[in-house]
Design a protein around this ligand. Structure first.
Ligand code: FE
Length: 131
């Protein structure tokens, strides 16, 4: 069980830069190929930009060509929540931080082995911690 973190928009605004706030708290999407962590190939952990929960690992990162950091699985399945998203006339599966409900991105079923999944995640919703 992950204990929830709840903050008001004003509290999140004080902690995050405007891009992080827009993407993580308001379900925004950074422009493809602009995120700081897209081409990061260092070994380490990808933490929630909002609450620092460990979400993804460099061990599961791959170059999807999509323009967003991509992972074939979460570091800890219990740290992410998946919800159906019917926005923009599409049905997609949204990925959120289990602890603070930050919007991370979406998961698609066109990923590589062994899971066949592609977690398409905004750099703005992540912070990288080198191991
Ligand atoms: Fe979080």
């Amino acid at each position: 069980m992950v204990e929830k973190i709840k903050k008001t928009d004003a509290e999140w605004k004080a902690l995050l830069n405007p891009e992080q706030f827009h993407v993580a708290r308001k379900k925004g999407t950074e422009r493809a190929f602009t995120g700081a962590l897209l081409d990061n190939h260092e070994q380490g952990s990808y933490l929630c930009a909002c609450c620092e929960l460990e979400l993804f690992s460099s061990d599961h990162k791959f170059d999807s060509g999509s323009g967003w950091p991509s992972f074939f699985k979460p570091a800890h399945p219990e740290h992410v929540t998946e919800e159906k998203d019917h926005g923009f006339g599409m049905t997609r599966t949204e990925v959120l931080c289990e602890r603070c409900e930050a919007h991370l991105g979406h998961v698609f079923e066109d990923g590589p082995r062994p899971t066949g999944l592609r977690y398409c995640i905004n750099s703005a919703s992540l912070q990288f911690k080198k191991s």
